[in-house]
Ligand binder design. Structure first.
Ligand code: BES
Ligand code: ZN
Length: 625
């Protein structure tokens, strides 16, 4: 899996704000440190959004009408806002104007929007527009799209950027349904994380409905020159016209993935399952927006070698979207569960060996994440504490892979059959709710451990969730290293190769064919690899020219580290054409380690930056601008 170095960069560059929210005895303790909302007092239930998308002004403007519940008879409701222009707020369908206050701005959090309400207020209408620099929005000019003719807009709301394009109670513990009316230029189509149109319409007005209660980070919008093609009756792909054919070839298995997922953990509950393939500046590999997963086009390798990302985003339709982490400190409940589920879908479709290979990469990624955090052991607990820090700093392989291995330990302790029934029960009983780590441990105790002390000792749940590092009861497959196993063979050859300059290159080629095998080989190349050996590897496997972004990332890191100049041009174009944060930040970071590398990095960044999403350049500016 990937190495997420976002954390390291940000830790150095962001000064954590230390102010605690004011303590008002009437206010229940704020369960979510990354939201100003006090949902125990007054909480949102439904959103009616009516917005206009203006590409000339690069602005979204309109009205967010929130249906609320005033649970405590309070005289104000608090929303999150980050850099919005709030023009007017009215109450009820009669739209009686009310007063509001903006709280002090906190770094990365934005500010509270405190709106005066009455005991019986049912609807709050907020008239607003977005400002430049909205962290969730990327406005692309035609040159930055595949078609080069029309502009494009997309949002990325996770973790706490929804508040930069819609005033909302921006906590994953708060859920609401929504309906939206979005008006866009007539030659573009709008799509949301909801039931979607399949064709452009001539009015430029699109209506959406999300009838399931979702948290704010799953609010999503894309507007562009987009066309649709179905894959099977309930699945299909949206993309720019010139990308659609390649995408439908690459992701042809998506229907089968949904079927396999349902067989494992119960019905897909969202209606349609579609993908939207975005322009290459999309800052993630994928984002699990409900009904319509957002996917980077950079995983279209041409040989379907990176499709497990689709298994991952699909799995979030259960782990994440159906059962959601209540706060960003419980992020592993989203990503660790999803990695487990992803690998089970992988296994169902592509076999045990494929799943074991992914697990092996995961083990390496976890070891690296733990090593990176050696000075901050408390950040290696599954239950984290990112209060007063940007929750995006916690999006690392602790949540993804330590979370994965915790579930793997439980699976191993009780057997697959029992574990699958347990997980299915967990999803069913918590459907459309948000849960904390403690809720999960409680559920685990009551439904699986059930007082069995030996089992509890075998699992060591508390060590995983509230303890540092990698507990010693970690479990993983080992067949790849057994005699005759795939990785054992590659290791043996490497051994010969390292010690014998006359080694016959033909032999390597037989064992190292797939992208996984290449990735493994790259992960095992010696630290002191010589220029000749680098050259040999490139001649044999054409790493520099690879189209597989996982292979590219691994090779380019080596190339930078060993000053392998034939890769320079490809590295530069990769960084200019790919906006996937976790695939580019490690490369910049590696370049920054030497003076000449830093100079090169700055030159590339200057050209590349205008193509990056605000999230991406915010993470990079401090070290590169
Ligand atoms: N939900 C995440 C992306 C995300 C995480 C956005 C944190 C904002 C904050 C998504 O499901 C994800 O994990 N994407 C990975 C895919 C990979 C693990 C297969 C990515 O983009 O690399
Ligand atoms: Zn994920």
């Amino acid at each position: 899996m990937l190495k997420r170095n976002y954390l390291l960069l940000l830790v150095l560059s962001i000064v954590a704000s230390c102010s605690q929210p004011a303590k008002d005895p009437a206010v229940k303790t704020q369960a979510d440190p990354h939201s100003f909302a006090t949902p125990g007092l007054a909480v949102v239930k439904h959103l009616d959004l009516a917005i206009d998308v203006n590409f000339v002004k690069k602005e979204i403007s309109g009205k967010a009408s929130w249906t609320i519940e005033n649970l405590s008879g309070t005289d104000e409701i608090i929303f999150d806002d980050n850099n919005l222009d709030i023009q007017k707020i009215t109450l009820g369908t009669e739209e009686k104007e009310t007063t509001f206050k903006l709280g002090p701005v906190k770094p990365f959090m934005g500010n509270a929007l405190q709106v005066a309400i009455g005991k019986d207020t049912k609807v709050v209408n907020i008239y607003y527009s977005t400002k430049t620099g909205a962290t969730a929005l990327q406005w692309l000019n035609p040159q930055q799209t595949a078609g080069k003719k029309l502009p494009y807009l997309f949002t990325q709301s996770e973790s706490i950027a929804a508040r930069s394009w819609i005033p909302c109670q921006d906590s994953p513990g708060i859920r609401f349904t929504y309906a939206a009316k979005v008006s866009v230029p007539k030659d573009l189509m709008a799509l949301m994380s909801a039931e979607n149109p399949q064709e452009k319409n001539s009015t430029g007005i699109y209506n959406f409905k999300q009838t399931h209660a979702i948290p704010s980070y799953l609010l999503a919008l894309a507007v562009g020159d987009i066309v649709f093609k179905k894959v099977d009756e309930r699945t299909g792909i949206y993309a720019e016209p010139s990308v659609l054919a390649k995408a439908t070839y690459e992701f042809a298995d998506m229907g089968k993935m949904v079927n396999a997922a349902e067989k494992l953990y119960g019905p897909y509950r969202w209606g349609r399952y579609d993908l939207l393939i975005l322009p290459p500046s999309f800052p993630f590999g994928g984002m699990e927006n409900p009904n319509l997963n957002f996917i980077t086009p950079t995983i279209i390798a041409g040989d379907r070698s990176l499709v497990s990302i689709i298994c991952h985003e699909l799995a979030h339709s259960w782990s994440g979207n159906l059962v959601t982490n209540a706060t960003w400190n419980d992020f592993w409940l989203n990503e660790g569960f999803t990695n487990y589920f992803e690998r089970r879908i992988d296994e169902a479709l592509y076999g045990k060996e494929e799943a074991e290979i992914q697990e092996e990469f995961a083990r390496k990624a976890l070891a690296e994440a733990v090593a990176d955090l050696a000075k901050h052991p408390e950040d290696t607990f599954l239950k984290t504490n990112y209060a007063n820090r940007n929750p995006d700093e916690g999006t690392n392989d602790i949540a993804y892979e330590k979370g994965y291995f915790f579930l793997r330990v439980i699976e191993d302790a009780v057997g697959r059959q029992k574990f699958d029934a347990f997980l299915r029960g967990y999803f069913d009983s918590h459907a459309f709710t948000s849960v904390t780590s403690a809720d999960f441990l409680d559920y685990l105790d009551k439904n699986l451990i059930k007082g069995d002390k030996a089992l509890a000792t075998k699992i060591r749940a508390k060590d995983w969730v509230y303890g540092p590092g990698i507990p010693s009861n970690i479990v993983y497959g080992k067949t790849l290293y057994q005699e005759g196993g795939k990785f054992a063979k590659i290791d043996a050859m490497l051994n010969v190769w390292e010690n014998d300059p006359m080694y016959n290159p033909g032999l390597f080629r037989v064992e190292v064919v797939t992208s996984n095998e290449k990735k493994y080989l790259l992960s095992r190349l010696p630290q002191n690899i010589s220029p000749d050996q680098m050259n040999y590897m490139d001649q044999t496997f054409h790493f520099t020219a690879s189209n597989n972004t996982d292979v590219q990332l691994a090779w380019y890191l080596l190339a930078i580290r060993h000053n392998y100049t034939p890769a320079n041009e490809r590295i530069a174009s990769y960084l200019m054409e790919n906006g996937r944060m976790w695939h580019i930040i490690p490369l910049y970071k590696e370049m920054l380690k030497t003076a000449s590398g830093a100079k090169k990095a700055r030159e590339i960044y200057k050209v590349a930056r205008p193509n990056y999403h605000p999230m991406t350049y915010t993470a990079l500016d401090k070290s590169l601008k």
